[in-house]
Design a protein around this ligand. Structure first.
Ligand code: ADP
Length: 613
């Protein structure tokens, strides 16, 4: 939970930073981009403004001299001084019309000192100035004072905007009238509009009375930029400059912002009308000759478009950078995580290896302990086998005694005989007795050596064992016991060539054990018989030891190979069969017991035959 709120906080801070960064990036791009755009616009506007000013000045200058030159024409003075001479008037009318056509002026007309037009280039038109009173026109009044006068106004009869030049006509030193020339402002506007660099430029020329007198946009003409003062308004009405047109103000507000470079002599303006709002880059300059303010307004629409594009581009660029940074960061984190998990894995592997080597050491220790225990067990087994052997020998001691006592008694009598014959010097007899003694000693040594070899400890070394030889050796050990117990031992025909692989001493011990048990089992029997038979089957040699004794009780038959199982109360250890069973198993064979159908027990040893090469 704590982790979650921590990571949420982190995400929140990160998102806020990204948003702040985005806003900053957009702002920075705008500052750079817009400033550059405004600078460019300023440069273009300056050029355009200069061209506009020189154009206007050129036009005005071109017409300026015409009234002065014309005033010198004698016909003008003649018409003014002799107004009744109609032929002069007609000639002057034609002259003025011709000059108008040549100069491209709007109208040229002659006003007498009373302010009444006496001749005009437009004499043929219904709207002809002839007969019109221009006393109220300031240009007439000024020219009557002597010298050139300039004036702009809306024409009374044409209702068109015009620029007027007037010059006094002098006859015999007196000012007798005024020659006036009117230029059409609309014409200037149209001509200049064609030379504009782009459609987005608009121009306005503001007279000293603050009224927009010239503009390429009709809706701005005869409007003021800002409110008109009452005194100026009264003056305008008195001079009928704009006839009876009411002068209203353009709704202009300054919207300059911080993107506009400080050093530029320009403003951002918003012009609002009923139908639309326009935003413009505004520059102005003073046209000194006419004392006019020339304004150049260029639409901000292209910049607005550029601005939108800039914002989109900068936002995209910024977000791309942020995305790349986050991506790189994520990759870095992943690499770090991978490294950590690798280190963790390596650590675990190290720990696991340490564990494994520890358990390996433990295992090796256990193996060593097991081996030691195994050796101890083997030693104990060997000792048990040995004690069992001694027990067998013990049980046969009566027979052995007899076997040894009898030759000993014979030895004694042969020795006494030999002594007696020696006293009588009967050498032949002495020799015969001594020979008999040697034979007896050999027999004794035979008996002793057999028991000696049986009581020897096994070497534990496996080798090729002749089955027949082992049976014969076992028989020679038990034969005295059998004889004493009146047991008849029978050896059924057996191949002398059969061999097995194992410990010969132990194999013999098993045979002695089984034969000895069989002999003991016959103690109560009248006709005592033990048969040993050998046969081979399926690469196995079978050695069968059968007696005709009581056999084994059904209750005991399953326990007979258990250690310490015995029915012999006084002398049995109960180890013989269990040891024999284990010896045969260790030689990859089996020891089984059954009761013969004609009575008596049958012990069968089966062992793999070992071929002699
Ligand atoms: P022990 O001879 O010391 O008793 P063994 O393990 O050799 O020990 O024999 C276990 C028991 O098996 C004997 O006590 C005896 O009851 C029985 N037994 C062994 N051989 C025979 C046999 N041939 N006939 C009947 N019983 C036998």
């Amino acid at each position: 939970m704590a982790f979650n709120s921590k990571s949420t906080n982190k995400n929140y801070i990160l998102s806020t930073l990204v948003v702040i960064g985005l806003l900053l990036a957009i702002e920075l791009t705008q500052v750079i981009g817009l400033r550059h755009a405004y600078q460019q616009m300023h440069q273009q506007s300056s050029q355009q403004l200069a061209s506009l000013v020189s154009y206007i000045e050129n036009i005005l200058g071109r017409f300026e001299k015409i009234p002065e030159v014309l005033s010198k024409h004698p016909l003008l003075a003649q018409v003014l001084t002799s107004p009744d001479d109609q032929s002069n008037v007609i000639r002057l009318n034609q002259l003025l019309a011709e000059i108008r056509t040549m100069t491209q002026a709007s109208d040229i007309y002659l006003i007498n000192s009373a302010g009444i037009t006496v001749s005009a280039s437009n004499y043929q038109l219904d709207t002809s100035f002839i007969g019109m009173d221009f006393t109220f026109r300031p240009y007439f009044q000024q020219a009557m004072q002597g010298g050139l006068s300039r004036y702009y106004a809306v024409g009374l009869s044409s209702a068109k905007r015009g620029f007027y030049y007037a010059y006094p006509v002098i006859a015999q030193g007196d000012i007798v009238g005024v020659i006036a020339l009117k230029i059409s402002i609309a014409q200037i506007e149209q001509q200049y509009k064609k030379t504009l660099l782009t459609d987005s430029f608009n121009f306005l020329i503001v007279a000293p009375d603050d009224v927009v007198f010239i503009s390429d946009r009709e809706e701005w003409r005869l409007k003021t930029i800002g409110e008109l003062s009452a005194s100026k308004r009264a003056k305008i009405i008195a001079a009928k400059r704009y006839t009876d047109k009411s002068i209203t103000a353009l709704n202009v507000s300054d919207i300059s912002n911080h993107y506009l470079p400080k050093g530029l002599d320009s403003k951002l303006l918003q012009i609002s009308s009923k139908h639309k709002q326009e935003q413009v880059f505004a520059m102005q300059t003073l046209m000194k000759a006419a004392n006019w303010q020339v304004h150049l307004w260029s639409s901000l629409a292209p910049i607005k478009k550029q601005r939108a594009l800039l914002i989109i581009l900068s936002a995209c660029g910024y977000l791309l950078v942020v995305f790349l940074l986050l991506f790189a960061n994520e990759r870095l984190k992943n690499a770090r995580r991978l490294k950590q998990s690798q280190q963790l894995l390596e650590q675990k592997v190290k720990e696991r290896t340490a564990d494994l080597s520890a358990s390996n050491v433990k295992l090796l220790e256990e193996i060593a302990q097991r081996k030691q225990a195994q050796t101890q067990v083997e030693k104990m087994q060997e000792e048990l086998i040995q004690s069992e052997k001694l027990a067998v020998i013990g049980s046969m001691s009566a027979g052995i005694n007899h076997e040894i006592n009898q030759p000993l008694t014979a030895l004694r009598s042969y020795s006494e005989n030999a002594l007696a014959y020696q006293e009588r010097n009967m050498t032949d007899k002495v020799k015969k007795n001594l020979t008999l003694i040697v034979g007896l000693v050999d027999r004794l040594s035979d008996i002793v050596s057999q028991f000696n070899s049986f009581s020897k400890k096994s070497t534990g070394v496996a080798s090729l064992v002749n089955v027949h030889a082992s049976i014969m050796a076992a028989l020679s050990i038990v034969k005295h016991q059998a004889k004493t117990a009146s047991v008849k031992l029978t050896l059924a025909p057996c191949s002398e060539e059969l061999h097995i692989f194992g410990d010969a001493v132990r194999f013999e011990q098993v045979l002695v054990n089984l034969l000895s048990n069989a002999i003991q089992a016959l103690s109560e029997q009248e006709d005592k018989q033990v048969t040993i038979s050998t046969y081979e089957n399926n690469a196995l040699v079978f050695i069968e030891i059968r007696d005709n004794g009581p056999g084994i009780l059904a209750d005991n038959i399953d326990r007979i190979f258990e250690a310490f199982f015995t029915t012999k109360e006084n002398f049995g250890l109960g180890l013989g069969l269990s040891i024999s069973h284990r010896i045969i198993e260790s030689m990859q064979g089996q020891l089984k017991v059954s009761n013969h159908q004609e009575g008596g027990a049958v012990f069968t040893i089966s062992l793999p035959i070992k071929q002699v090469l």
